[in-house]
Design a protein around this ligand. Structure first.
Ligand code: NAP
Ligand code: MG
Length: 403
């Protein structure tokens, strides 16, 4: 065999839990270590080690991501009540994704991986639609109250000089409800930059939509900040790259998205992004066929799978039963991270390897070899269901012919 591909800077490797942890090791053993002289700085974010380190390991891994610039993360358990006795936890540790997102101040980009034989529910969507979801504020950081008939609700802001500004919300003639929301210019600006950078990176148009005709100050602020940053920092770069930035009302965006062929980034406010990404993922077929990357405003990339740890399959695996878990999203987290590392370190061979591995994954599925989840929805006639390991081995056979 030819020499292994060399790396310069280590990837930050964040290991995880359950079935995805099993897949993580197999992906490395079968498809990466035989070809790449893999350099990683390893952080074990498995729940046992988070408990052992009182979750310090998660913060350390985020710091390492900041230091090196590219991380690849396995799915991790976010503990709930049931996990407390299962893992003997002293605390219900926070979601590692939440901790890492807060440390990196990022935007999450999710895009479907398209393969022949798995047709989107909207057949005109021949190219992927990438959803960029703002992950701060609005209804996710709200203040709510139940209001009694006869009450008067006002919005009051106390300024730094102690003066106040008040405006009437409503005089309640019957019982009702009230909600207060906020967002921050800095957070909106980093969201905008993350979207524009991702557009440049992937050579795709950026669409942004809000409801600024109704929300003339709040949503309008989002629109203005995006417009200002685009004009001052990105317009020339976009023109050079031959891509466009385009703002439209969310109602209009929804209509255009449905009629489109895909192939762009759709930037959404927090709530819109939550709802639209579920719609888009479902319409394309499967969460295991999505790429997901967190991009920070200062250019740190964390690649991950969009699904969880596939607990149900893990319990089968523990009982010695065969599993047919889809490893594609985990594989694409690795190829995304290796390609980005190759790009930053000017290692064309590493980038080429990532491209070839992705080709091998897609051609394996298109040749009819697939895991159970895809077997259920594939329209291929010669399809064959394989187990978790057999799928990776089939990808390796296809990779060997490409390299
Ligand atoms: P999940 O792991 O995404 O799995 C839910 C179901 O979706 C599975 O039971 C399976 O359906 C199907 N599925 C998901 N990924 C699949 C794959 N790669 N291949 C085949 N089928 C797949 O969600 P969950 O069971 O609700 O959550 C399990 C754990 O994951 C939780 O502890 C949660 O905290 C964590 N989680 C982590 C992340 C993350 O780290 N990014 C995200 C979400 C959830 P069938 O059982 O019908 O085959
Ligand atoms: Mg949701």
């Amino acid at each position: 065999m030819a020499d292994k591909i060399l790396m310069k800077t280590p990837l930050v490797e964040m290991d995880g839990d359950e079935m995805t942890r099993i897949i993580w090791q197999q992906v490395k053993d079968i498809l990466i270590l035989p070809y790449v002289d893999l350099k990683t700085e390893y952080y074990d974010l498995g729940l046992e080690n988070r408990e052992r380190t009182k979750d310090k390991i998660t913060l350390e891994s985020a710091e390492a991501a900041k230091k090196y610039g590219v991380a690849v993360k396995c799915a991790t358990i976010t503990p709930n009540a049931a996990r407390m006795p299962e893992y003997n936890l002293t605390q219900m540790w926070k979601s590692p994704n939440g901790t890492i997102r807060a440390a990196l101040d990022g935007t999450v980009f999710r895009a479907p991986i398209l393969v022949k034989g798995v047709t989107p529910y909207i057949p005109t969507w021949t190219k992927p639609i990438t959803i960029a979801r703002h992950a701060y504020g609005d209804v996710y950081k709200n203040t709510e109250m139940i209001v009694e008939k006869g009450s008067k609700a006002e919005l009051t802001v106390t300024k730094p000089d102690g003066t106040t500004e008040t405006s009437l919300i409503h005089e309640f003639e019957c019982d009702g409800i009230i909600q207060g929301l906020h967002n921050l210019d800095d957070s909106i600006a980093s969201f905008a930059r993350a979207c524009f950078n991702f557009g440049l990176d992937t050579k795709q148009d950026v669409w942004f939509s809000t409801k600024d005709t109704i929300s003339k100050k709040y949503d309008h602020r989002f629109k203005d900040i995006f417009a200002e940053i685009y004009e001052n920092e990105y317009k020339d770069k976009f023109e050079k790259a031959g891509i466009e930035y385009f703002y439209t009302l969310i109602d209009d965006a929804v209509a255009r998205v449905i009629r489109s062929n895909g192939g762009y980034i759709w930037a959404c406010k927090n709530y819109d992004g939550d709802v639209m990404s579920d719609m888009v993922a479902t319409a394309y077929g499967s969460l295991a066929m999505m790429t997901s990357v967190l991009v920070s405003p200062d250019g740190i990339y964390e690649y991950e799978a969009a699904h969880g740890t596939v607990q149900r399959h893990y319990y089968k695996h523990l009982k010695g039963e065969e599993t047919s878990t889809n490893s594609v999203a985990t594989l694409f987290a690795w190829t995304g991270a290796l390609r980005k590392r190759g790009e930053l370190d000017e290692l064309p061979e590493l980038m080429n390897f990532a491209d070839k591995l992705e080709k091998a994954i897609i051609s394996t599925i298109e040749s009819g070899i697939m895991t159970g989840d895809l077997y259920l929805i594939s329209t291929l006639e010669n399809k064959k269901k394989v187990n978790t390991t057999e799928f990776l081995e089939a990808v390796n056979e296809s990779l060997k012919t490409l390299l």
